[in-house]
Write a protein that binds this ligand. Sequence first.
Ligand code: URA
Length: 449
Amino acid sequence: MTIFMRAYDIIKKKRDGAELSREELSFLISAYLSNKIPDYQMSSFLMAVYFRGMTDAETIALTELMLASGSRLDFSDISTPKVDKHSTGGVGDKTSIILAPLIAAMNVKVPMIAGRGLGHTGGTIDKLESIPGLRTDLSIKEFKDNVKGLGFSIISQTDEIAPADKKLYSLRDVTATVESIPLIAASIMSKKLAEGLGGLVLDVKVGKGAFMKNIRDAGKLASTMVHIGNAMGVKTIAVLTGMNQPLGKTIGNGLEIKECISALRGKMPDDLKEVVLTLGAWMVYIAGCVTEEAEAPRLSERMLMAYKLKLIDFIENGGAFKKFVEFVDAQYGDPGVAFKPDMIPSAARVKEIRIPAKGYIQEMDAEKAGIASMLLGAGRQQAGDRIDHSAGIVLNKKTGDYITPDEPVAMFHYNDETHINEAEEIFISGLQVGDIPPDKKPVIIDVVI
Ligand code: URA
């Protein structure tokens, strides 16, 4: 017997805090995908979820339904472990571009489907597209061939992968319903579970520049995603990392690629290095656990250090850099960029940003720095906006550094000066300066397993 369902009743049920059945969620997702439910009703449903949350059963059902709306890649013909990492989104977060070639150099396959930046956060795909000629819209066949041959590939979300998430994410983005733990968890996991992975390491950002502003919410998001991943047969762990200030020394696409190239040649700022090595150690470790039946146990400090040293070896012996060069070539980019990063287009103008204060930077608000970079042209305010790959910010100073009015804190790179004053104002409003050095906060906050 078919049960008659209406979007109205499902919205009302969620609004009133009741648990939805899998059938109700399935009806909603498939009717929305086939345009039988309008955006206004779906928006209303998303807002009800934002306020009421979802039970674990609802979140798992939603993830499975979004995953099933597209295809799941089959890499069963590759016997080497396949592992990916995914970040919940941050400012200056370029770790994927360093980690994918590094982990592939260690003979672990990395099939990575990445996203674009939106609002104040950046996206791996936009960063990569600042490399002349490089394409991220490969066919699934090319993607698979590169993963098999080269060891990794990074492509943008195709229409075949979790199309329900693609449609829902655009709606969430304009209806203030992104920052919901079950919606973020289902969105990320539906895409990641489509990659045919054995293991997954999640970088859950926490702080001013992240969707999760406090450790409690970030921990809940992490454990929700770890639970979904493991329940669906992918060994999953999450690392909570700090996003109060931008990661590394650059924000903006081309500038970040230049920083990645120098990282792959062994030069990394401390905070970026700590995040890269920690996530990388977990990726290699989880790859080793993929073939075992049991859950991955916690990695001891001694083992973690041993993996980090191994990763450093693969940077120092040029293995990671070589993989990056091969990747650029395989994805139709100009591999010369790796040797001459100046081939990446630069902005026509550079402005020094100074503040009339002396002292130690107590805080550099990552969200405000991300918005400033977006206003310079590096990001989009709305999905579909064009971005300027050469725009962005180079940070000369970061939290804990001493500044004087004579030294620029940052350099703004831009071509279009329309929003330069606003960008400067917002960036400076995110800086706090004091007489004594602030306590050093660890960038690695916790691991959820
Ligand atoms: N990244 C995603 O892919 N989805 C979200 O909901 C948030 C960040």
